[in-house]
Design a protein around this ligand. Sequence first.
Ligand SMILES: Nc1ncnc2c1ncn2[C@@H]1O[C@H](COP(=O)(O)OP(=O)(O)OP(=O)(O)O)[C@@H](O)[C@H]1O
Length: 271
Amino acid sequence: MDANTTLSGQSSLPPLLEFRDVTVVKDEKKLLDSLTVTIYEGEHVAILGPNGAGKSTFIKAVMREYYPLRGEDVIFRVGGKDVWHVTDLRSNFGIVSNELQYTFTREITGRDVVLSGFFSSIGLWWNEATPEMEQKTDEVLRFLEISHLADRLITTMSSGEARRFLIGRALVHDPKALILDEPTTSLDLHALHTFRATLRKIAQAGTGIIMVTHMLSDIIPETSRIILMKDGKFCGDGPKAKMLTDEHIGGHFGVPLHIREEDGWYYVTGY
Ligand SMILES: Nc1ncnc2c1ncn2[C@@H]1O[C@H](COP(=O)(O)OP(=O)(O)OP(=O)(O)O)[C@@H](O)[C@H]1O
């Protein structure tokens, strides 16, 4: 429990995300099924679920790529507001996903990838970059300790290096939370180590981390809350130590397994 959370589990900070009874249907298939959740500002949350659970779809709903079916009880609120211009959502959420990384195939530098966060674009419209944007970009590059790589073309970087520039791109708006969709896919051990250190630094600086993953080893020690997702539904939600047990996780993924905790990190063996 962090300093901003009361014994009842309610945060004293304002809700960042409030969903009630959110159902998303595509091609006559229910991708999200009556999701109800409140995530508070500054909370570090991992949403765990097997392949096809609906994790990426949930993120798409948060970013208003998908809208829920209408209903009397439905709440679909971000930062206390029901209606958003999609670009304004960026002040609440910075997003990092593999999907996004694959779109950066053009020959632009790491610095321009970060700067492009101001335009929600892949490339840049040069004449629109203001001195304030340039300054913020430099600040983010320094914070992430990637200034020395900034002039390299993104296409010549390793996956791990490129991933950190994508985080930079997501951070230029000082979002209240960073949303990460299976962020460690294709990272080697060294890249993983650096990436995790970066995430911890962001979490400790006060930006919420909301991560969807099927890997327990992705969950940084700062994460306090685990939400379990399967078949488009949330089927468990609670403090990390209570949720990350052999019984809960084994049952959720449908395999016998053993979970071991070491220095705040969780590892799965025996499956
Ligand atoms: N636009 C769509 N139309 C129809 N079905 C879809 C659409 N998008 C996703 N799905 C289906 O919805 C289910 C959930 O997909 P989603 O990508 O959200 O799962 P996920 O939990 O992120 O999975 P993974 O861990 O494999 O990335 C899958 O069965 C997927 O095939």
